[in-house]
Design a protein around this ligand. Structure first.
Ligand SMILES: Cc1cc2nc3c(=O)[nH]c(=O)nc-3n(C[C@H](O)[C@H](O)[C@H](O)COP(=O)(O)OP(=O)(O)OC[C@H]3O[C@@H](n4cnc5c(N)ncnc54)[C@H](O)[C@@H]3O)c2cc1C
Ligand code: SF4
Ligand code: SF4
Length: 268
């Protein structure tokens, strides 16, 4: 049984998670919170939502029998290793950082869950911080500063040549049947096999980045487009480029600028 202090519409769970739990026989006790646990008996306090939707205690109690209680609580970072480090500012359980994720203590950088974030930190944010902070640490050790490169404009939908892509409906991932879901610890929603993963990837429009489709390389009549190597995109050799603009936007999966002489690189 899940004991939850608010109502379903105020529960931050995905519908499919709740539906799966119900299918598996889970029961929900809404507007309830655990008050006390003692010798297999749980005291549950009934809650009510106030005008702003926050749960408030009612002073009315129920009892439940239980042999195990799993508490689902928020988590804090363990910042004990930072105790006694001078100049570090810790506020509301997070380490304060400046631009470049540098703390006020020279040579100490922080990122991920332990720094304040506009929104909840996720794996993607933490990994991004790792990449960013590595560049700043590298610059710090070289006694320089890291200047991020200029970002190209996002490729919005109007700039995509969608006809270039085949329709690729989302693959349906196999799920474990109910009887095995409730009797084993096997993975419930399974992953994609190789061919399905490759099919899924065909839908990728690369967000406007060159993904080395070779179109411009094949179309240029003067072999002015060169390939610096795998993963390095394409470059235009201006000694050969005559500025014909043959690689028209419609010939490219992503609508780059025309590859005229004035353009330094098809990376945009
Ligand atoms: C239950 C739960 C579910 C989540 N689900 C998702 C999800 O579905 N998708 C998503 O994107 N994010 C999810 N998150 C958030 C995501 O896991 C975190 O935002 C992310 O892992 C933070 O990465 P991090 O590197 O900052 O910290 P962590 O991943 O916590 O890494 C910190 C590391 O430092 C180590 N460490 C701590 N102290 C010391 C010390 N003194 N010396 C050496 N090592 C030390 C720890 O052992 C740990 O390995 C979830 C988080 C939780 C708790
Ligand atoms: S610049 Fe565009 S057309 Fe040229 S290889 Fe990259 S994605 Fe293909
Ligand atoms: S403009 Fe230059 S790079 Fe583009 S197709 Fe013509 S010669 Fe090749």
């Amino acid at each position: 049984m899940v004991v939850y202090r608010r109502t379903r519409d105020r529960m931050p769970a995905h519908d499919e998670e709740v539906e799966e739990a119900l299918e598996e026989g889970m029961r929900m006790k809404w507007l309830s919170t655990l008050k006390h646990a003692d010798g297999g008996r749980l005291t549950i306090e009934r809650m009510r939502l106030d005008e702003s939707g926050f749960p408030q205690p009612t002073g009315k109690f129920d009892e439940l029998a239980a042999d195990t209680v799993v508490l689902a609580l928020g988590q804090d970072c363990d910042l004990s290793l930072l105790k006694g480090v001078p100049e570090l500012t810790v506020d509301h359980g997070t380490v304060q950082v400046a631009e470049g994720l540098a703390t006020r203590h020279q040579g100490i950088f922080a990122g991920g869950d332990m720094v304040p974030a506009e929104r909840t930190v996720t794996v993607a944010v933490a990994v991004g911080h790792g990449k960013k902070v590595a560049r700043h640490i590298d610059a710090y050790l070289r006694r320089t500063s890291y200047e991020p490169g200029v970002k190209h404009a996002p490729a919005d939908f109007d700039r995509l040549n969608t006809w270039y892509y085949s329709d690729a409906p989302a693959s349906v991932r196999p799920g474990l049947e109910l009887a095995r879901r409730v009797s084993t610890f096997d993975e419930v929603v399974q992953g994609l096999d190789e061919s399905n993963a490759l099919f899924e990837a065909r839908r990728c429009r690369s967000c406007g980045n060159c993904f080395e489709c070779d179109n411009c390389y094949g179309v240029c009549p003067d072999n002015a487009i060169t390939k610096p190597g795998p993963g390095k995109g394409f470059a235009i050799d201006l000694d050969y480029c005559k500025g014909c603009g043959s690689v028209s936007p419609s010939a490219r999966p992503v609508r780059w600028r025309w590859c005229r002489r004035s353009d330094r690189s098809p990376r945009g």
